[in-house]
Design a protein around this ligand. Sequence first.
Ligand SMILES: NC(=O)c1ccc[n+]([C@@H]2O[C@H](COP(=O)([O-])OP(=O)(O)OC[C@H]3O[C@@H](n4cnc5c(N)ncnc54)[C@H](O)[C@@H]3O)[C@@H](O)[C@H]2O)c1
Length: 261
Amino acid sequence: MDINIFGLKNKKILVVGGSGLIGLELSNFLNNLGAKVFNLDIRNNKKMNNNVKFIKFDVTKKNLIKNKLDNFFKKNGIPDCYVNCSYPVAKGLNKYNFKDISLNTIQSSLDVHLKTYIWLAKTIAEKMVKSKIKGSLVQFGSHYGVIGQNSDIYSGTKMSENMVYSAIKGGIISNTRQMAAHYGKHGIRVNCISPGGIEGHVKGKKFAQPKSFLKRYSLRTPLKRLAKKHEIAPSVAFLLSDASTYITGINLIIDGGWTSS
Ligand SMILES: NC(=O)c1ccc[n+]([C@@H]2O[C@H](COP(=O)([O-])OP(=O)(O)OC[C@H]3O[C@@H](n4cnc5c(N)ncnc54)[C@H](O)[C@@H]3O)[C@@H](O)[C@H]2O)c1
């Protein structure tokens, strides 16, 4: 068998959210594999490889998305691969816990995260169909899209559960299956990656993950630690590459075994 099937040389890959914790590692990894990577994000990241092209893009600006994407397609053509690892949040992230969350916050959170993931993936897949590109799409879920958050691991810290996150990520995982079922006849594959906890920042907060959280999380996990930020990109590259041409509709959970125990 040709080992080049693992390669992504000269593949055109559009990454949404490429400036973040996972996205930066991923964009640089794909670029180092020889892919032409475009990072669509609201902010740039200085640590990005020079030849990853940054395009300022806000997934929540409904009215601008069509124009921005049309311009992108006109200039660069239709991508071979697409990844969404953005993490858009609605206002008031400190009030996402069960006690304080409002109906408005639930609605706006679904709007900016679940709905934009679905809409962008569908838009790209339709373009691939029109251009007869047998592309590969990867959406980002979470292990909390298949199980509920365990709020005990946050106790005694300033962290708390995000009441609506499981619904969003569960929706993205389900929509991945729906899209895989629909676009398979066009040779387009749609898969999902669901990480568990990753060492890094606390979303929307200015403090690092507290030691007590890291300890409780690690004890609960079969591999006894959180993921390192570079441990996600290789699996995404696999799902984008020709090494996975008969894989579609899956949710690949990368959680050190959390959901298996
Ligand atoms: N970090 C984790 O522990 C973890 C665990 C499970 C799942 N995930 C999922 O993985 C994905 C990436 O997570 P991360 O930790 O890298 O997040 P992050 O916050 O570090 O990065 C997210 C990126 O999305 C960009 N972004 C935010 N709003 C945007 C908008 N409106 N338009 C365009 N871009 C926007 C940000 O600028 C940032 O570069 C997310 O979907 C997240 O839910 C993360």
